[in-house]
Design a protein around this ligand. Sequence first.
Ligand code: PLP
Length: 395
Amino acid sequence: MFENISPLTADPILGLMAEFRNDKREKKIDLGVGVYRDDHGNTPIMRAVKEAEKQKLTIESTKSYIGPNGSERYNELIQNMTLGSNHVVIKDRRIATIQTPGGCGALKIGAELIKKVKGNSTVWVSSPTWANHIPLLGGAGLKINDYHYYCPVTKRINKSKMFETLEKASDGDIILVHGCCHNPSGVDLDEEDWKNLTELLARKNLLPFIDLAYQGLGDGLEEDVTGIRKLLSIIPEALVACSYSKNFGLYRERTGGLHVILSSADITNAVSGQLGSIARGIYSMPPAHGAFLVEQILDDGCLKSIWTGELNEMRGRISNLRMKLATELSEATNLDFNFIMNQKGMFSFLGISKEQIDILKNKHAIYMVDSSRINVAGLNSNNLDFFVQGVKAVV
Ligand SMILES: Cc1ncc(COP(=O)(O)O)c(C=O)c1O
């Protein structure tokens, strides 16, 4: 049965990770993998998470099944985290939420729900977008189109082209939007863009599918969702896929959630049932551990303030690194890298060629993916200068 299966070409990021591991040079930098790192190059467990884990050992009383929709309290708490507890959608009970295995699980369940409701739907993704959007959404049978987003010349969003392409979307199409900290470009929508996007979605009857994987790592927990909250107070139907991998550091615990915003509270239960049934047909029930910790943290004032403090530290570190990197690269190379300062989250395109990327890897042991996307958080006080000198040598 399986004898004719052909091997796949290696995933570029996983391939790069393996090459990096096997690199025997003493000083080397990996800016490929998308995980947060502290100044020592570690991806630590957050203190609030450690504390919640200790509490879990005493509180948890059963390992019985959790149910396909996950923990009700967790779902309620993440609704509040995304929308704010006073949001009209929550007050009107026009929201169905399911606990999912990470943001990927949320994107997959959302795609399957769309397919169930309208089989031949088209989803528009930004160009470029996070590579895994394509298999997650396309794999569910949705047709994928892309809309203009990042301009490599200005290092900003090409707004006129973005809205021009979105005008081509047809009634009922789905528009996938990165909530904040756009992966891979680091270039986010501003207040005016969210307003214009909301107007376009309403006028053309398009469905927003918001991927919120970095809440709190851009400008702040509340600031990062201001545009989304306003949009959701106007657009009657939407999906929001949330990941808690980065902002709680729970990568391997697979912790996320999907909100489906509805035009009427009358269908909330029906949609919840459909979400559960989709989950049942894929993995049955979500893993409990990570969600238990998030629930514990968001529900406890003391743990929550420890966690927000740590999240603020992470965000501050990234933003300081962005300032330093932009200044030092610009000074060392006499080129303008100041765009790095204005971008958000962990990623930016350095804007160098594949040839230069190869030299950086082979000659300087500096690893990044072929698009020149770098994980800024992979830099630290021990390797920043080494990185700047490497880039100086190749540009
Ligand atoms: C834009 C984007 N969406 C979703 C995810 C999914 O995250 P998770 O690991 O929680 O599935 C990621 C993770 O890198 C991401 O960058």
